[in-house]
Design a protein around this ligand. Structure first.
Ligand SMILES: Nc1ncnc2c1ncn2[C@@H]1O[C@H](COP(=O)(O)OP(=O)(O)OP(=O)(O)O)[C@@H](O)[C@H]1O
Ligand SMILES: [Mg+2]
Length: 367
């Protein structure tokens, strides 16, 4: 057994993980990729560092390994396995990031390069080179394409990244073939789907369990009922978390724009639901919010109207970001998180949100 498998087996043995055959198989495949990577250096660039310059001199001609696209339902252990892979991958220039974070940085850099290249030169090749200089093994958690602006940039950026020899490993709840489908512009996205399929092996993690469920130690931070009693409880939580300071309006700057926090003090921020999810905000704003505050309080989460997908998608993005940052979330809501989005209409992506909200209530969910 080689290292990644050993590590997985050790975690099962010491009780940190429950034994799971499906996970074991994926651990084997990821381990195989680790072995392939120990012989690989991107050919077309001088990006491998000193160690890799030696590898280039001494090794036989290098075959570029395919990356891995790990897909499956929520809570199966995809991110856990990818993190294990990342810790073991024998590559100096590697990066593990959440996909929202990566896209925010891409948009920022794209904007800067567009200003530097006023004559209409294409900034994408330069952007790809800048990424490859720093890293050629990219691990993306929660690969997803939700908006046309991302879709437009991604296809071309990835084309260059793959050409430059980058290896990508990603987790996702969506099969490659289904990325950005049933949306305006989906046809233009098809070549990107083909590109991902050529450069990555899709593996499905078919474990039977959502490991987020069944945690016994639950602490209720999701208060049911948008009423004065619950608001008073949340007032107390605010004061506890702020160290007794009253909240005040605070303004953050996100990519040159102002983002108003209606009530914040110390490490805690508080919003009405619609101020956060029914406003012109997105992943970039939520990232800044989650970087600055450890605790978030949301008042008055309604039962969602399936006609208003923008609000539901924003809430999903918000929970993805908060989960990734391990933010502590308190809310008052019309109903529990399982029923906040009427079942018969529930979009598949919302399962991830439900699973996460469950884990975020557990007692061991701390900063
Ligand atoms: N075999 C296991 N035994 C016990 N806990 C596990 C096991 N596998 C995963 N977990 C735990 O279950 C939780 C969910 O795992 P993880 O976040 O990796 O799921 P995921 O497949 O990435 O889900 P999502 O699609 O929602 O991102 C984590 O806290 C993880 O540590
Ligand atoms: Mg995950």
């Amino acid at each position: 057994m080689s290292r990644l498998n050993v590590l997985y087996a050790q975690k099962v043995k010491n009780g940190e993980l429950k034994p799971d055959k499906a996970q074991e198989q994926i651990a084997d495949r990821l381990d195989h990729l680790c072995v392939e990577l120990s012989d690989y250096v991107p050919e077309q660039t001088n990006v491998g560092g000193l160690l890799n310059s030696f590898k280039k001199l001494w090794k036989k001609p290098i075959v570029k390994p395919k990356g891995i696209y790990l897909v499956g339902p929520v809570g199966r252990g995809k991110s856990m396995l990818m993190d294990l892979f990342y810790s073991q991958a024998p590559v100096e220039k590697k990066m593990r990031t959440h996909f929202h974070v990566f896209m925010q940085e891409v948009h920022k850099k794209f904007h800067t390069l567009e200003i530097q290249y006023p004559k209409g030169e294409d900034p994408i090749p330069k952007l790809a080179e800048e990424i490859v200089e720093k890293t050629w093994l990219l691990c993306f958690d929660e690969f997803q394409v939700n908006d046309i602006a991302d879709a437009m940039i991604l296809g071309r950026l990835f084309e260059y990244l793959f050409k430059l020899g980058v290896i990508i490993v990603a987790t996702s709840n969506v099969h490659i073939r289904d990325l950005f489908q049933n949306r305006p512009g989906a046809d233009a996205f098809k070549p990107f789907i083909a590109l991902l399929s050529q450069n990555m092996i899709e593996l499905e993690l078919c474990s039977a369990h959502d490991y987020r469920l069944g945690r016994k130690e639950i602490e209720t931070k999701w208060l049911i009922g948008c009423n004065p009693e619950n608001h008073a409880v949340l007032d107390k939580v605010f004061l506890q978390e702020s160290g007794g300071k009253e909240g005040e309006k605070t303004i953050l700057t996100v990519m040159g724009r102002q983002f108003t926090i209606p009530c914040a003090a110390g490490k805690v921020a508080r919003f009405q639901f619609e101020q956060l999810c029914d406003a012109a905000l997105g992943a970039g704003d939520y990232l800044v919010l989650a970087q600055k505050y450890e605790v978030l309080i949301i008042d008055n989460i309604p039962i969602f109207n399936p006609e208003n997908m923008n609000v539901i998608e924003r809430f999903t993005t918000l929970i993805d970001v908060l989960y990734e940052r391990h933010t502590i979330l308190y809310v008052s809501a019309e109903t529990d998180w399982e029923h906040i989005y009427p079942e018969e209409n529930r979009a598949a992506f919302f399962e991830r949100t439900v699973s996460r909200l469950y884990e975020m209530q557990s007692l061991d969910w701390t900063k």
